[in-house]
Ligand binder design. Structure first.
Ligand code: MG
Length: 162
Protein backbone atom coordinates (compact mmCIF):
# COMPACT_ATOMS: atom_id res chain seq x y z
CA UNK A 1 0.00 0.00 0.00
CA UNK A 2 1.26 3.47 -0.87
CA UNK A 3 -0.88 6.12 0.81
CA UNK A 4 -1.57 9.71 -0.18
CA UNK A 5 -3.73 12.22 1.70
CA UNK A 6 -6.06 14.88 0.30
CA UNK A 7 -8.14 17.70 1.74
CA UNK A 8 -11.50 19.02 0.58
CA UNK A 9 -13.79 21.86 1.57
CA UNK A 10 -17.20 22.95 0.37
CA UNK A 11 -19.87 25.39 1.44
CA UNK A 12 -23.39 25.84 0.09
CA UNK A 13 -26.07 28.38 0.87
CA UNK A 14 -29.20 27.15 2.68
CA UNK A 15 -32.39 28.38 1.01
CA UNK A 16 -36.11 27.73 1.37
CA UNK A 17 -37.88 25.66 -1.29
CA UNK A 18 -35.15 23.03 -1.70
CA UNK A 19 -34.89 19.56 -0.14
CA UNK A 20 -31.83 19.13 2.07
CA UNK A 21 -29.39 16.54 0.75
CA UNK A 22 -26.30 16.08 2.89
CA UNK A 23 -23.98 13.08 3.01
CA UNK A 24 -26.12 11.40 0.32
CA UNK A 25 -29.08 11.40 2.74
CA UNK A 26 -32.26 13.46 2.45
CA UNK A 27 -32.74 15.18 5.80
CA UNK A 28 -36.05 16.75 6.86
CA UNK A 29 -35.58 20.52 7.16
CA UNK A 30 -37.38 23.68 6.05
CA UNK A 31 -34.40 24.69 3.88
CA UNK A 32 -32.07 22.94 1.45
CA UNK A 33 -28.65 23.54 -0.05
CA UNK A 34 -28.53 25.68 -3.17
CA UNK A 35 -26.45 24.42 -6.06
CA UNK A 36 -26.27 23.40 -9.71
CA UNK A 37 -26.21 19.82 -8.44
CA UNK A 38 -28.30 18.73 -5.45
CA UNK A 39 -25.98 20.91 -3.30
CA UNK A 40 -24.62 18.06 -1.17
CA UNK A 41 -21.60 19.84 0.33
CA UNK A 42 -20.48 16.68 2.19
CA UNK A 43 -20.30 14.57 -0.98
CA UNK A 44 -18.53 17.44 -2.78
CA UNK A 45 -15.92 18.01 -0.07
CA UNK A 46 -15.26 14.26 0.01
CA UNK A 47 -14.92 14.05 -3.78
CA UNK A 48 -12.48 16.99 -3.69
CA UNK A 49 -10.39 15.32 -0.96
CA UNK A 50 -10.23 12.09 -2.98
CA UNK A 51 -9.31 13.87 -6.21
CA UNK A 52 -6.67 15.86 -4.35
CA UNK A 53 -5.17 12.76 -2.76
CA UNK A 54 -5.04 11.09 -6.17
CA UNK A 55 -3.44 14.16 -7.78
CA UNK A 56 -6.37 14.35 -10.20
CA UNK A 57 -7.28 18.01 -9.91
CA UNK A 58 -10.51 19.16 -8.31
CA UNK A 59 -14.26 18.81 -8.45
CA UNK A 60 -14.74 22.03 -10.46
CA UNK A 61 -12.60 20.58 -13.24
CA UNK A 62 -14.42 17.24 -13.46
CA UNK A 63 -17.93 18.46 -12.64
CA UNK A 64 -18.08 22.02 -14.02
CA UNK A 65 -20.83 24.19 -12.55
CA UNK A 66 -23.30 24.86 -15.36
CA UNK A 67 -22.63 21.54 -17.17
CA UNK A 68 -26.12 20.09 -17.90
CA UNK A 69 -24.69 16.60 -17.27
CA UNK A 70 -24.47 17.44 -13.56
CA UNK A 71 -27.63 19.55 -13.17
CA UNK A 72 -29.39 18.34 -10.03
CA UNK A 73 -26.83 15.52 -9.72
CA UNK A 74 -26.98 13.47 -6.53
CA UNK A 75 -23.89 13.38 -4.35
CA UNK A 76 -23.75 9.61 -4.82
CA UNK A 77 -23.44 10.07 -8.60
CA UNK A 78 -20.56 12.50 -8.14
CA UNK A 79 -18.84 10.05 -5.77
CA UNK A 80 -19.39 7.13 -8.17
CA UNK A 81 -17.82 9.15 -10.99
CA UNK A 82 -14.97 10.20 -8.68
CA UNK A 83 -14.32 6.55 -7.87
CA UNK A 84 -14.32 5.78 -11.61
CA UNK A 85 -11.78 8.57 -12.24
CA UNK A 86 -9.56 7.20 -9.46
CA UNK A 87 -9.90 3.62 -10.70
CA UNK A 88 -8.91 4.67 -14.21
CA UNK A 89 -5.72 6.10 -12.69
CA UNK A 90 -5.08 2.98 -10.62
CA UNK A 91 -5.95 4.74 -7.36
CA UNK A 92 -8.21 3.24 -4.66
CA UNK A 93 -10.06 5.09 -1.88
CA UNK A 94 -8.98 3.84 1.56
CA UNK A 95 -10.53 6.01 4.25
CA UNK A 96 -12.03 9.44 4.87
CA UNK A 97 -13.10 11.70 7.70
CA UNK A 98 -15.62 14.54 7.38
CA UNK A 99 -16.43 17.47 9.64
CA UNK A 100 -19.79 19.05 8.86
CA UNK A 101 -20.40 22.54 10.25
CA UNK A 102 -24.12 23.29 10.46
CA UNK A 103 -26.12 25.29 12.98
CA UNK A 104 -29.28 23.41 12.02
CA UNK A 105 -30.82 20.92 11.61
CA UNK A 106 -29.44 18.55 14.23
CA UNK A 107 -27.42 15.98 12.26
CA UNK A 108 -26.55 13.38 14.90
CA UNK A 109 -29.60 11.21 14.08
CA UNK A 110 -28.44 10.95 10.44
CA UNK A 111 -24.74 10.40 11.03
CA UNK A 112 -24.75 6.63 10.60
CA UNK A 113 -26.91 6.84 7.46
CA UNK A 114 -24.51 9.42 6.02
CA UNK A 115 -21.51 7.18 6.74
CA UNK A 116 -23.13 4.29 4.90
CA UNK A 117 -24.42 6.38 2.01
CA UNK A 118 -21.09 8.19 1.47
CA UNK A 119 -19.07 4.96 1.73
CA UNK A 120 -21.21 2.87 -0.65
CA UNK A 121 -20.48 4.68 -3.96
CA UNK A 122 -16.76 4.54 -3.13
CA UNK A 123 -16.77 0.80 -2.49
CA UNK A 124 -15.91 1.44 1.18
CA UNK A 125 -17.69 0.40 4.36
CA UNK A 126 -18.97 2.77 7.05
CA UNK A 127 -16.02 1.84 9.29
CA UNK A 128 -13.76 3.64 6.80
CA UNK A 129 -15.97 6.70 6.44
CA UNK A 130 -16.26 8.92 9.50
CA UNK A 131 -18.76 11.77 9.72
CA UNK A 132 -18.71 14.31 12.51
CA UNK A 133 -21.08 17.23 12.90
CA UNK A 134 -20.83 20.37 14.98
CA UNK A 135 -22.31 23.85 15.06
CA UNK A 136 -20.56 27.15 14.38
CA UNK A 137 -21.43 28.49 17.86
CA UNK A 138 -23.91 30.94 16.33
CA UNK A 139 -21.12 32.86 14.59
CA UNK A 140 -21.28 34.30 11.07
CA UNK A 141 -23.28 33.02 8.09
CA UNK A 142 -23.09 29.39 9.16
CA UNK A 143 -24.07 30.32 12.69
CA UNK A 144 -27.13 32.15 11.34
CA UNK A 145 -28.19 29.02 9.49
CA UNK A 146 -27.55 30.59 6.08
CA UNK A 147 -25.03 27.97 4.91
CA UNK A 148 -23.53 24.57 5.66
CA UNK A 149 -19.80 23.94 5.29
CA UNK A 150 -17.92 20.64 5.19
CA UNK A 151 -14.24 19.78 5.62
CA UNK A 152 -12.97 16.39 4.45
CA UNK A 153 -9.71 14.50 4.45
CA UNK A 154 -9.23 11.31 2.48
CA UNK A 155 -6.57 8.64 2.15
CA UNK A 156 -6.04 6.80 -1.13
CA UNK A 157 -3.78 3.94 -2.15
CA UNK A 158 -1.68 4.79 -5.21
CA UNK A 159 0.30 1.52 -5.23
CA UNK A 160 -1.31 0.54 -8.56
CA UNK A 161 -1.10 4.06 -10.06
CA UNK A 162 -0.69 4.23 -13.80
MG1 MG B 1 -20.39 21.98 -3.93
Amino acid sequence: MSLRVGIGFDIHRLVTGRPLFLGCVEIPHDKGLLGHSDGDAAAHALADALLGAAGLGDIGEHFPPGDPEWAGAAGSRILEETRRLLEAAGVAPVQADLAIVAEEPRLAPYRQAMRESLARPLGLGPADLSVKARTHEGLGEIGRGEAIAVYAVALVDVAARR
